[in-house]
Design a protein around this ligand. Structure first.
Ligand code: AMP
Ligand code: GLY
Length: 432
């Protein structure tokens, strides 16, 4: 069958790489990607498609007889693209507009947690600056302030002082996040280590995938401003099988049930951002898609046929399939970003040496690259490359990933040098 993958980042390059190996494409199927990127072009036919134009997307799927649409990023989901395509009869991997509210509205998710007794930070929804300032009086410091809607990862402030909290409230209600900030959530500060947990669900059956740990701050030692993620590794062993079981039973399963009960069954990958607190795992947030760069390490470990898994999810057949298999070997990815990121990135820097970086088995996923007519690859976004490797331990995967990073010549890119540090420290404290 033919498959259409939507998106253009490192997450989608990793998905394209795995989808290209799927048996779904046997017998002459084509993998299309829109818009894709130069890395994805090695695995898929790139097409220009405006995904905000649902009629155009449907027309493309009809013309190319697409058997499965895989939606990578959140924006088209929150915009209802999956509903439009499903309405036209296509199998889509990704939740409906209503179900994507789990990512698209923090207040929606907090209210659902409250109704279903799902462990999460105490909160108050506010719709005005005065309401927010009054709520801040009721919470101690530190406190967390979140714009309600999608804000590209920039709508959350963990305020360590009241002045910072006031400033975050002012920013939101002065319109810094547009309509995403018409409403906000004030939240209790949770203490612990963070881990991400990914599960597939078709609205009824839940299939656990794997865990990962992201590195959100731009600088070594988790310093500096928040980013979309500077690197990740999987599995996150800090989420032990017991804690994962608890997260499934107390967080993920009640969420899927509450969504079905509310008449908006969730179908797709559910990405639970967890805080492992002294009182057990608590939900920080949901995302309605794979993490970026967490997807890259998940795909590096996945041994099952990704196309079969995503199609089974889209067709409500998860109960009937074999559970996905992942390599026990950890994977680790290092994000190479353009100078200036997460502010304004400096575009255009030349990139050489990817074949050398991949020679020893690492994979370099493209996140923000452009290929000139002269064949020269350059940086075209904030996060540019995801240099990904596996090893028998996280320390080995880390060494392999950084050896590959060092084989790349890209003077205008930078990366953190300590991705995986928490787990590497734990490994050296308890040798395997
Ligand atoms: P989010 O966009 O909701 O993932 O938030 C971004 C980051 O802010 C999270 O990854 C956490 O590091 C932090 N954060 C969010 N909510 C809380 C909370 N209630 N307590 C402590 N840290 C939080
Ligand atoms: N890496 C964090 C995210 O994808 O939301």
């Amino acid at each position: 069958m033919n498959i259409l993958l939507l998106g253009s980042g490192g997450r989608e390059h990793a998905l394209a790489w795995k989808l290209a190996q799927s048996s779904l494409l046997h017998g002459g199927g084509t993998l299309y990607a829109a818009p894709g990127n130069p890395g994805i072009a090695a695995h898929a036919t790139l097409v220009n498609l405006d995904v905000t134009d649902h009629a155009a997307a449907i027309a493309f799927c009809e013309a190319q007889r697409i058997g499965l649409v895989v939606v990578g990023p959140e924006a088209p989901l929150v915009d209802g693209l999956a509903d439009s395509l499903r309405g036209a009869g296509f199998a889509v991997f990704g939740p409906s507009k209503l179900a994507a509210q789990l990512e698209g509205s923090k207040g929606f998710t907090k209210d659902l947690c409250a109704r279903a007794d799902i462990p999460t930070a105490g909160y108050q929804r506010v719709t005005s600056r005065d309401g927010a300032l009054a709520a801040l009086d009721a919470f101690g410091i530190p406190v967390v302030i979140k714009a309600d809607g999608l804000a590209a990862g920039k709508g959350v402030t963990v305020a360590m002082t009241r002045a910072e909290a006031d400033e975050a409230v002012d920013d939101i209600f002065a319109g810094r996040f547009g309509s995403a900030g018409a409403e906000a959530v004030i939240e209790e500060f949770l203490e612990g280590e963070e881990a991400s947990f990914f599960a597939l669900t078709d609205g009824a059956t839940i299939v656990p995938l794997a865990s990962a740990q992201d590195h959100k701050r731009v600088g070594d030692g988790d310093t500096g401003p928040n980013t979309g993620g500077m690197g990740a590794y999987s599995p996150a062993r800090v989420l032990t099988p017991e804690l994962e079981g608890e997260a499934m039973v107390r967080i993920v399963a009640p969420t899927v049930k509450a969504m079905a009960d509310a008449g908006m069954p969730y179908s797709g990958v559910l990405y639970a951002g967890l805080m492992l607190t002294r009182d057990g795992p608590k939900l920080i947030e949901y995302n309605a898609r794979f993490g970026d760069p967490e997807c890259q390490v998940l795909m590096m470990r996945l041994e099952s046929d990704l196309g079969e898994l995503l199609l089974a999810c889209a067709e409500n057949r998860l109960a009937a399939i074999e559970p996905p298999r992942f390599s026990d070997d950890p994977a680790l990815t290092v994000v190479m970003a353009a100078q200036g990121y997460p502010g304004t990135p400096q575009k255009g820097g030349r990139i050489d040496g990817i074949p050398a970086a991949e020679a020893a088995g690492a994979r370099v996923f493209h996140a923000g690259t452009a290929l000139g007519i002269d064949g020269v690859l350059t940086a075209s976004g904030g996060r540019v490359l995801n240099v990904t490797a596996r090893g028998r331990t996280v320390a080995e995967a880390q060494a392999a990933a950084y050896a590959a990073v060092d084989a790349i010549t890209a003077p205008e890119l930078f990366c953190r040098r300590d991705i995986g540090w928490r787990e590497v420290e734990r490994e050296s404290a308890t040798p395997a």
